[in-house]
Design a protein around this ligand. Structure first.
Ligand SMILES: Nc1nc2c(ncn2[C@@H]2O[C@H](COP(=O)(O)OP(=O)(O)OP(=O)(O)O)[C@@H](O)[C@H]2O)c(=O)[nH]1
Ligand SMILES: [Mg+2]
Ligand SMILES: [Zn+2]
Length: 314
């Protein structure tokens, strides 16, 4: 019996790395481990293998998942991650604060520590994006920011955050999953972080006739000192699977204000008369701007959740 970790899955075959060695083996799995849904063995899982057959999946520390409310199903895509690397682009696709905040909600929900990477700094244009504001926004949440150019790594950063070398340091001896919109440079960044040892931009990463570089499934990329999980660009950022009451707990920076708001069922929206956030904050200060920008994301998500019929959530 061997303990191993699933690095790649393709239908019924799993490429697994034997614990404590560099040996990779391909295994199938006992039928009852695959029965019912396709979540039963995912990339990142630790498993027990007997004679090239996975006979047990060990308990997971955490899961990257979504609830598919219409089907009352939980869809797991990876497990046992130490860090969630949120990758955004400062040029194209355009940086979207709302999307970053949605990833932060997921990081909370999944219980995985987030990091923020601003990629494509070689194309940064300060007239289009106030990046210092975005850094401050993340830093006030205790989230470290990195500014890099995966395309042009020697590019010398002019701004305030950490660079590629520090990012590499942070990822040492950890399993990190890279998330972000399609085209922000996740795959390119992973090749850079691994010092070019891995080229995911090539066609060997599964793809089926989509845009030329598009990653289509998750797998762990092993580069001795760290494990990196590339993921397909996420197309749906909906949060309708969350419960309205729990949303505020994913915004720890807003919780104190929400408690101080005297209306117990306040939506804290711009139209909420007498709302703490709308009346009691010092107008125009930087801190207020940061809080209000987070509140904007919160209100959008809250509205989205409340417009989802509750019968769908049971
Ligand atoms: N200028 C510039 N282009 C970059 C940078 N990083 C990546 N790109 C380009 O952006 C495009 C998308 O990069 P990918 O790494 O495939 O993006 P991805 O996030 O993996 O995309 P999906 O797999 O579709 O989710 C490619 O053409 C890259 O060459 C960068 O730092 N600067
Ligand atoms: Mg990719
Ligand atoms: Zn309020």
């Amino acid at each position: 019996m061997l303990k191993a970790r699933v690095f790649k899955s393709a239908k019924r075959d799993f490429e697994c790395k034997v614990d404590g060695s560099d040996e990779m083996i391909v295994a199938t799995a006992l039928g009852n481990l695959l029965k019912g849904d396709e979540n039963s063995i995912v990339v990142g899982d630790y498993v027990m293998i007997d004679n090239h057959v996975i006979v047990e999946v060990l308990p997971r520390n955490n899961e990257i998942y979504r609830l598919i409310i219409r089907e009352q199903k939980k869809k797991v895509t990876a497990s046992n991650c130490d860090l969630l690397v949120i990758v955004s682009s400062v040029s194209r696709p355009e940086y979207k604060r709302g999307i970053v905040d949605r990833f932060l909600v997921r990081a909370h929900q999944w219980g995985i520590r987030p990091l923020m990477v601003f990629n494509k700094m070689d194309e940064y244009d300060s007239s289009l994006l106030d990046i210092e504001f975005e850094f401050d926004r993340m830093n006030q949440l205790g989230i470290e920011c990195f500014e890099v150019s995966a395309e042009n790594p020697d590019y010398f950063p002019k701004y305030l955050a950490l660079g590629l070398a520090e990012l590499r340091d942070r990822l040492l001896n950890k399993t990190s999953i890279f998330l972000g919109q399609s085209g922000v440079g996740k795959s390119r960044l992973i090749s850079q972080v691994s010092n070019g040892k891995i080229s995911l931009l090539s066609n060997d990463v599964g793809k089926v006739g989509k845009g030329k570089h598009t990653t289509t499934w998750s797998e762990i990329v092993d580069c001795e000192t760290m494990s990196l999980i590339d993921s397909p660009g996420i197309r749906s950022f909906g949060v309708e699977d969350l419960l309205e009451e729990e949303l505020i707990t994913y915004f720890p920076d807003l919780e104190a204000g929400a408690v101080q708001c005297k209306f117990s069922n306040c939506s804290h929206s711009e139209e909420s008369k007498g709302c703490f956030f709308r009346t009691k904050l010092e107008s125009n200060s930087r801190t207020t701007q940061l809080i209000l920008s987070r509140l904007e994301s919160f209100c959008r998500m809250k509205e989205e959740i409340s417009s989802t019929p509750s019968y769908l959530k049971k």
